[in-house]
Write a protein that binds this ligand. Structure first.
Ligand code: DNO
Length: 404
């Protein structure tokens, strides 16, 4: 049985995305991954709204089969009084998506903040720009600007000293910029805050342990998995980005042990994973190839992105084939998983991948309307490189099969 390239998709933020559907086609992708970003408050998505967006995609000759993300309302994460109502609306959205032919649903369960960076324009030696998480800038903001209650218990003496030293070099403008990036919302974030409302949001998690949050996720899954099974939608949780605690908040989708616990609650093929190499890859103790082997059968969606890890917990987004992760090794493991599924006769053997994020490059650098990480040229380059790896692996494998 031959190894085959994965399906190529690109994220599209809908009609307001400065990257057009034609641009997606120019990058060589055949599918978009999208969401109804104008309905991101936890209310149910209607058939009409989904169908309208799908019609735009269909008319372009592309397909929309994967939704990223249907946001999980905070009430569900904190088990607040509105939980049952929001879960009900989530189920309504699942049914509506299935009716419109969208059969893969990516979501996350990160408290308060979705993905987090401190710098959206980190200059690379290439003269392009990358997204970066600077652990010291982050600590300086958390400790000395945000000043949330009991903040010092989350840092070592050495981290506090480093943050204090950094603070001396940060101007008012620097601090305002870092704050904006941290709490005012990167693209696809569900919520945008100012400092006061952010502190209030953190307070709602006071005293919540990892086990508590895990229990709230398990409750949510036990509710929605049967509905998704019923209508034939595959759920795939996205890992925490970055995969460690921020602001003292619990995070429960960061490691292989976390995924094992999620897969058990409930143990169903529908309860699957978005394998994001960029998120998992921030932790040196996440062995990505081993994770593909272990969780492979329940990986429903793949995000390929590379990060360069730095000793103090900082990281920046590298070229797709550069950085700390051996990307070809991960791609080979994923293509083997496809081969295994095919041999098993699984209809869903063909995995969808997207190049996650890209550097800000060339003509994109001067543009005023850019979704950080989601400019066109960097992703086009990332996809082209990954396509090269996939086709190279497939060709080598076909040759070996012929010879044997
Ligand atoms: C960032 C993205 C995340 C991701 C969600 C999935 O670029 O990877 O926003 O879409 O966390 O729910």
């Amino acid at each position: 049985m031959d190894m085959e390239p994965m399906r190529e998709t690109l994220r599209w933020y809908g009609p307001d995305d400065p990257v057009s559907l034609d641009n997606v086609k120019q990058a060589g992708a055949t599918e978009v991954v999208s969401a109804l970003h104008h309905i991101y408050d936890g209310s149910a998505w209607s058939d009409a709204e989904i169908a309208a967006q799908k019609a735009l995609v269909d008319a372009s000759g592309l397909a929309w089969r994967i939704v990223e993300s249907v946001p999980v309302h905070n009430e569900i994460k904190i088990a607040g009084p509105g939980r049952a109502r929001y879960i009900g609306w989530y189920k309504d959205s699942i049914r509506a998506l299935a009716r419109q032919g969208i059969k893969t649903l990516c979501y996350n369960f990160m408290p308060v903040v979705d993905w987090t960076r401190t710098d959206l324009r980190y200059l690379m030696p290439s003269t392009g720009y990358a997204l970066r998480f600077d652990a010291v800038d982050f600590a300086a903001y958390d400790l000395f600007v945000l000043k949330r209650p009991r903040v010092t218990q989350d840092y070592s003496a050495a981290q506090i000293a480093a943050a204090e030293a950094r603070l001396k070099h940060l101007t008012e403008d620097d601090i305002a910029r870092i704050e904006r990036i941290l709490i005012a919302g990167l693209p696809a974030s569900e919520r945008k805050f100012d400092r006061a409302s952010f502190l209030d949001a953190l307070l709602e998690y006071e005293g919540m342990s990892g086990d508590d949050l895990r229990a709230n996720l398990a409750h949510f899954l036990h509710e929605i998995v049967p509905v998704a099974e019923d209508v034939g939608i595959k759920l795939c949780i996205h890992p925490d980005d970055p995969p460690f605690s921020l602001y003292g908040l619990p995070r429960v989708v960061s490691t292989a042990a976390d995924i094992r616990s999620i897969f058990a609650a409930p143990d169903s093929m529908t309860n699957g994973l978005t394998f994001c190499t960029g998120s998992f890859g921030v932790r040196a103790d996440n062995d990505l190839v081993a994770m593909v082997r272990e969780f492979g059968p329940r990986i429903h969606f793949v995000h390929l992105r590379n990060v360069t890890r730095e000793p103090d917990g900082s990281f920046h987004e590298a070229d797709h084939l550069g950085g700390s992760t051996n990307m070809p090794a991960v791609v080979i493991a994923l293509m083997r998983e496809q081969q295994r599924r095919k041999a098993e006769g699984r209809a869903d053997w063909h995995l969808p991948m997207r190049p996650d994020h890209g550097h800000l490059l060339a003509d994109d650098i001067g543009k005023t309307r850019i979704n950080p990480g989601y400019s066109l040229i960097g992703r086009l380059k990332g996809l082209a490189e990954l396509r090269g790896v996939m086709h190279g692996v497939a060709a080598m494998n076909a040759k070996q099969n012929q010879e044997s």
